[in-house]
Design a protein around this ligand. Structure first.
Ligand SMILES: Nc1ncnc2c1ncn2[C@@H]1O[C@H](COP(=O)(O)OP(=O)(O)O)[C@@H](O)[C@H]1O
Ligand SMILES: [Mg+2]
Length: 273
């Protein structure tokens, strides 16, 4: 009987190079940060390329990548591990953070502010000179593998007093500020990801930019690069651009009928019915 060995780094290696279009010097800077194993935070709106960047860097550095999507119900045990009870008694099971520390993976905590602060503090001893992870319940002190690096992402737009990282957490990280790529680069990304003509990709970006101007004026967030890729993919499948935009860009964005109307009018100025 074969069982998956959670500690086999090979399963976390990204085999095919993810497509990532650098927007500035972030690739070189991340390499320098990794060289000193500096913990990194990636800030930016949803769907602007943060996760794709981490996948690309893990592949480029040839390191295993373990991603954890954080949420408010997540406990410290979900990160570090817990005892499980089965017919043979109790058995310790490492959580994803512990596995990453043991095997020397890049551990990516996505949307880390979603987690409660008592959960977030478990990363503290891993993100300073100690580079250790105490498993209190098990009575073990895991020393991080020399290749281990912690990367977190968050969207400052969703921040509130209730949901923010403590200074004592923030000041353990180097940071990158992500945003939607510049017009021409974003169009290139959409043309490549969705396999559509540049002329279509450019129009999609124009529509997104109009919506991004509505941020704070009825919209919490504008249309993301991710949604533009979706719209492009629908168009590539033969859906009319108008319908594709309604489905991928407009409907998911808001429930406000006035804003929906405004955005559909914008779409119609670029793509006729
Ligand atoms: N610089 C980029 N290079 C390539 N694809 C990108 C880039 N930025 C955004 N994308 C596209 O946008 C999508 C959403 O990006 P993602 O990394 O998932 O966003 P998030 O910032 O929410 O983690 C990706 O799946 C990819 O198609
Ligand atoms: Mg992401």
């Amino acid at each position: 009987m074969s069982e998956i060995n959670a500690l086999d780094p090979q399963q976390y290696i990204i085999k095919n190079e993810p497509f990532y279009r650098p927007v500035s010097d972030e690739v070189e800077l991340f390499e320098s940060a990794y060289a000193s194993r500096m913990p990194m935070m990636l800030k930016g709106p949803t769907g602007c390329g943060k996760s794709r960047f981490v996948e690309y860097m893990a592949h480029k550095l040839n390191k295993p990548l373990i991603t954890v999507a954080c949420n408010e119900d997540m406990t410290a045990s979900d990160l570090v591990g817990r005892f499980l009870i089965d017919i043979n008694g109790t058995k310790w099971q490492d959580g994803p953070l512990t596995v990453a520390a043991r095997i020397g993976a890049i551990c990516y905590l996505d949307e880390v502010v979603e987690a409660r602060q008592d959960t977030t503090v478990v990363i503290h001893p891993l993100t300073d000179h100690r580079r250790v992870l105490p498993l209190d319940k098990k009575g073990e002190l895991v020393e991080a593998h020399p290749d281990f690096q912690l990367v977190i992402s968050y969207n400052p737009g969703y921040q509130s007093m209730m949901k923010d990282l403590k200074q004592s957490t923030k000041q353990r990280f180097g940071g990158f500020s992500f945003d939607y790529p510049a017009e021409q680069i974003e169009a290139e990304i959409i043309a490549k990801e969705a396999d559509v003509e540049m002329s279509i990709a450019e129009k999609l970006v124009q529509i997104a930019q109009r919506s991004r101007n509505l941020k704070g004026h009825g919209l919490d967030e504008g249309i993301s690069t991710r949604l533009l890729v979706y719209a492009g993919q629908l168009i590539g499948k033969g859906v009319s651009p108008n319908k594709a935009c309604r489905m991928a860009l407009i409907t998911p964005l808001t429930d406000d009928l006035d804003i929906l109307d405004t955005l559909m009018t914008t779409v119609e100025t670029f793509f006729e019915e």
